[in-house]
Design a protein. Sequence first.
Length: 417
Amino acid sequence: MKRQPEEAISVAEHSARLLSLVQPLAPQTLPVGPVLHGAVLASDVLASHPLPLWDNSAMDGFAVRSADTAILTSGSPATLQVIGEVPAGSSWDPQLLPGQCVKIMTGAPLPTAADAVVRIEDTSAAVAGWDVSSVRINVPVPKGKDVRQRGEDRSTGELIARAGDELGAARLSALAAAGASELLVRTMPKVAVLVTGAELRPPGQTLSRGQIPETNSLLIAGLLAESGITAATIVHCVDDPQTVRAKLNELAPTHDAILSTGGVGPGDYDVMRKVLADEPGVYATRVRVRPGQPQCAGRLAKGAMMFALPGNPVSAAVSFELFVRPALRAMQGHSVLQRPRLKAVAALGWRAAGNRLQVLPIVFEHGEQLRCAPAVAAGRISHSVGGFGSAQGYALIPAGVEEIHPGDTVDVLRTGL
């Protein structure tokens, strides 16, 4: 690991360096199904057939020749002979002579001889019911009325989704509708969370002086899950350099990334920094950000990306949001790595971080304007895990700003979405 430089670097510089080390996961071809939810497309997908596949009815009603309804005058409704019924999924294509119609259900293919649909509520069947041999049409309908035209949504060969798009529920449904049976995708990276810290004890265990509950594994695993990575490996390890090194060597060949929290400072007991000093592909740095200044990151000799984050919970969460999440998304081939930035109005004032980017956990107030307020005290961010529990995002206050006043507009990120 390269020695920590004297001058701190910017968030953008650290992020760019990390992203330059990312290697996209190998794509694989998988059948379309729920298992692909959260995967990322590795190639563009075109429609293999038109959407809709055929002209079909947008309503329950009667498929008609529009010309048969055009002669309507007030008090003289058209009466048409009903020759059958076309339910959804039917392949029947009845021939309609002048003065004839068929009952038709929503989504059913429109008979070739028909060119419009009359809604049931605009006919005598609204009162008499469906089981009729003739029906009175109470309103004239133009050609194309309540008809979904073949290919009006997408035509054959038209782009449905691009490489880099995430497969959510709507996109998967659209691809299946467009005829996709298998897709070239990158699935979620395999991530390990390595927990160290002599002071840490499992939640619920009786605590002695100097001991605290171990919560960072819950925090990081939860942040991974909220980012679509639900199968993280959680490993607890004692604060011993030899044991930590052995665990890293064990995890690195079988995981795409390893995350740890704590032990990255310059102190005598910062075991993670000491272990990573033997890794030439990992570097230590200070980033001009509050919280989250000390960072160790890079690629381990045995393969996995390493993200050694600060141990204070909010510092770890901020580091994950700024650096880890974008890198993991880059591994999976996402076209968009960062969350969109929104604008919000500060409901309260607070002190900024001066010469560093301040990443302040906030809660939102909804009204005519999106407003935000600190979830934790601006001067005590890194360890304020209690207040952080209510946070819904972060305010991003650039370096050089000394203070935020009530009514100021600030950039914010919404998290947990």
